[in-house]
Structure formats: structure tokens, C-alpha cells
Write a protein that binds this ligand. Structure first.
Ligand code: ZN
Ligand code: ZN
Ligand code: ZN
Length: 248
């Protein structure tokens, strides 16, 4: 396989790379000029003096200014992520995500995607531990439905919709894969969809998935990712088909 070398560096890429080579930067908290070697940086390349000890938003990875917004049932997020994404925007993203999955060869069954603020998501879906999910796919109605926690960054919402759509695809194919492969597979497809989008929050989410210590969502994802790298998506799907009834 040969890689075409782009002759023109896209502006967005140039800007993104430049952020990291500035010898001095300004702290987002106090405005002081600081040496790039002596600061903490967030996922968007913003700098802050170490002594402010700013925490990062769990959804987008940016510093939380000042201390983040508490969402019932979830970790704190920044003010920007805390704004509930509108239903219209979620529907647009849903359409684009579904198109990417179709391009990858997955026919996603018809489904209704609903975005819910954190409190409502927790009320409907929190488990006994009080932990609420970012997304939930339900196959007990016609058409199928997906609930998405709407107080996330854009990449988080894209990732959630793609992940849950792939659960519906697994339902539809009566896949009985163990949880480690089912969640790993849904995360792998979500990562492949995320790659099609730009933004620091996208890179933050891809990085998160690589570092996720969870047995199913992290380890399962990385196992299937290595199958994908070495043998391609068809091999990953073939691995999942081992757990599906044979089709004639
Ligand atoms: Zn500072
Ligand atoms: Zn955020
Ligand atoms: Zn899942």
C-alpha cells in the first residue's frame, strides 16, 4: 500500500502543530507568560501554571475553568460540555455517523435516537451502583431506540451514537459474543467513525480508548484493534460472526 504525500498542509493541521512548538505560552488561569516546558497542558493545547492544579474535563480533556459542572451520576465536565446539545444537532450527527457505518459495510437497523440531559439519563438508566451510562441501545421496541447523554463534547456524542448503533447491529444479527468482544467491537467501530472527524476532542477520545483500563471497553477494544491493524475490518467482522448463527 502506498501513501500519497500531501503537498499542501491543511490550515487546521498547521495550526494544530504550531500550538506545540511555541517557546512561551500564556496561562489560561492567570494570564502570566510561562515557559512551554514548565506548564501543564490540556487536550486542546492550552497551558496552565502547575500551582493552579486545574482539573481536566472528563468529556473533552480541556481544563475546567473554574472548577467544572457537576452532573448527577457522572464525573464533572467543563461549562462547554455541560451545555446540552440540541436535539437537531444530535439528529444531524446521527445521520452522519450512520452514513460512515454504512460506508464501512454495516447496515444499521432503523432506530430512534433521543438525547437526554444527565439527570434524565441517570433516572432512566442508572444501575444499582448509581452509575449512569453515556448511551443505551434498546431492542425491545419497534423501531429500536438509542438514548444518548447529551451533556458531552461533540466527539463524545459521536462516539456514543456509533457505539450504540453497533450494539443494534449485533442485536439484529443475534450475536452472542462475550461482553469483552461485544463492547470491544462497538468501541472499535466507534473509533473508526471518530477518525473521520476533526478536532482535539476527537484525539482526546481516541487516546482515552487506547488507555482505557476496563477489561471490556479497553482491553477488548485493543485486542480487536490489533486484529484490525493486522488483518483488516473483514477479519474483525469474521471474528464476530463466530458468535452469530450461520446464515445460508
Ligand atoms: Zn497561571
Ligand atoms: Zn469539556
Ligand atoms: Zn456498549
Amino acid at each position: 500500500m502506498s501513501h500519497r504525500i500531501p503537498t499542501i498542509l491543511p490550515d487546521a493541521v498547521r495550526h494544530y502543530l504550531r500550538v506545540y512548538v511555541q517557546p512561551t505560552m500564556r496561562c489560561v488561569a492567570c494570564g502570566k507568560e510561562v515557559s512551554a516546558q514548565k506548564v501543564f497542558m490540556d487536550a486542546a493545547g492550552q497551558a496552565a501554571c502547575r500551582e493552579h492544579n486545574l482539573r481536566r474535563c472528563y468529556s473533552c480533556g480541556r481544563f475546567m475553568m473554574p472548577e467544572g459542572v457537576h452532573l448527577p451520576g457522572y464525573e464533572k465536565v467543563c461549562a462547554s460540555c455541560a451545555r446540552t446539545m440540541s436535539g437537531a444537532k444530535v439528529q444531524t450527527l446521527t445521520h452522519v455517523v450512520q452514513q460512515h457505518l454504512v460506508n464501512m459495510g454495516f447496515v444499521i437497523p432503523a432506530c430512534k435516537v433521543t438525547c437526554l440531559p444527565a439527570a434524565e439519563m441517570k433516572r432512566r438508566h442508572a444501575n444499582m451502583m448509581g452509575i449512569a451510562p453515556l448511551g443505551m441501545a434498546m431492542n425491545d421496541s419497534e423501531p429500536y431506540s438509542i438514548d444518548v447523554m447529551a451533556q458531552q463534547c461533540r466527539a463524545g456524542i459521536i462516539r456514543t451514537i456509533a457505539h450504540e448503533m453497533m450494539h443494534l447491529w449485533l442485536f439484529e444479527h443475534e450475536c452472542k459474543a462475550p461482553k469483552v468482544y461485544a463492547e470491544g467491537f462497538c468501541n472499535l467501530c466507534a473509533a473508526l467513525v471518530l477518525r473521520e472527524f476533526e478536532g482535539e476532542d476527537v484525539l482526546f477520545h481516541l487516546g482515552n480508548m487506547m488507555e482505557d483500563k476496563n477489561q471490556d471497553y479497553g482491553l477488548g477494544f485493543r485486542r480487536l484493534l490489533s486484529v484490525y491493524y493486522n488483518f483488516g475490518l473483514n477479519a474483525v467482522v469474521a471474528a464476530m460472526r463466530e458468535y452469530m448463527p450461520a446464515c445460508e
